[in-house]
Design a protein around this ligand. Structure first.
Ligand code: TXA
Ligand code: MG
Length: 317
């Protein structure tokens, strides 16, 4: 599928396609999403089809604002506080789904909760305005693959199954949103993401809990063990690259590279590293190496989400 530059005209065209039940990939501040009208069961089914996604893995619903979110879900006190602090932005709230909420049961995989977020990207926001209804949008990649941070990643991974790909340039955060279960007063982190836990805790003035891993049908299926995976194997906590390996480096002490190499952030900046992560993994994967050696990344702040993605990418598929 051709990639089109996002503009007023192409966003209007994209909105028309979505209202007709077609699929449109669009940029958000985290990663590119594969959007469909959340109220159209056939359109939502086409998302699962295009991604090869298991039907038990529910989708995030993107809304224009808090008011639209409240038409779909019951806000809790803590949910409201988080929404006020972080929407629009890279935070997804799982809330109790409202009776009769106009979204397909496929979106929520039959759960009585729904995951909602208000994205903070001018193209995503203009598109939501133009469509006038909630959009189901998982990351625009084949299930289990790396999330796309550039329009061309979407084209390479999903190609013909998408009706339009809106290009809004590389995404700012490069990691998916943080997913929180906000149905109760204790907030549980279902997926670490672009909004670090300590930032959330400082607004809540309370600790959040890390959701325990479930099995193959996890509470939040983003917790599936193998995910976000390149073709190459990953060797984590590497101090250097062995002969034949590519090197994914971080910080100023990177060893000299003998093969393909990418430094996520020579300055040791986690924000920069997150933004580069998926594109770097793709680029090193494309060199055809069997193994990518990955230097350690500190576990603080955004490092939690970066390490989460690296561990999943390293898990045997
Ligand atoms: O940054 C993002 O969140 C991107 C952009 C496009 O917005 N979207 C994204 O969607 O990453 P997806 O579908 O790839 O990941 C959604 C995550 C999955 O881990 C899913 O299991 C979880 O949210 N999820 C969705 N609905 C849920 C629910 N009702 N309860 C628990 N987890 C849910
Ligand atoms: Mg995804």
């Amino acid at each position: 599928m051709a990639v089109v530059q996002a503009s007023d005209a192409t966003i209007r065209e994209a909105a028309k396609l979505l209202n007709e039940g077609r699929l449109v990939a669009f940029p958000t501040e985290t990663v590119y999403g594969l959007g469909a009208d959340a109220g159209n069961a056939r359109a939502v089914a086409a998302i699962f089809e295009a991604k090869g996604r298991p039907r038990f893995n529910p989708l995030i619903v993107h809304v224009a604002n808090l008011a639209q979110a409240e038409t779909l879900a019951h806000m809790t006190r803590s949910g409201r506080r988080l929404a006020a602090a972080f929407w629009p932005g890279p935070l997804t709230l799982v809330l109790a789904r409202r009776e009769g909420a106009p979204i397909s049961d496929l979106v929520t995989a039959g759960l009585d909760t729904v995951a909602l977020r208000v994205p903070d990207h001018p193209v995503a926001r203009a598109l939501l305005e133009a469509v006038g209804r909630p959009l189901a949008a998982p990351s625009a990649n084949r299930s289990g693959h790396l999330s796309p941070t550039q329009a061309r990643h979407v084209a390479a991974d999903l190609g013909a199954s998408v009706d339009m790909i809106l290009d809004g340039g590389p995404t700012a955060h490069g990691l998916e949103s943080t997913v929180l279960d906000a149905t109760g007063e204790t907030i549980a982190m279902l997926r670490p993401g672009a909004l670090p836990a300590d930032v959330i805790e400082s607004v809540l003035e309370a600790k959040i809990v890390r959701a325990a891993r479930a099995g193959s049908r996890p509470l939040s299926p983003g917790q599936l063990e193998s995910h976000y995976a390149p073709r190459a194997r990953l060797r984590l906590e590497a101090r250097d690259a062995r002969p034949g390996e590519a090197l994914l480096a971080f910080g100023g002490d990177a060893p000299p590279a003998t093969g393909p190499a990418f430094n996520l952030s020579p300055a040791g900046d986690l924000i920069e590293a997150a933004a580069n992560l998926f594109a770097a993994l793709r680029a090193l994967d494309a060199t055809g190496v069997e193994t990518i050696a990955v230097m350690p990344i500190p576990e603080q702040g955004l490092g939690e989400a970066i390490n989460d993605r690296l561990r999943r990418a390293a898990a045997p598929g």
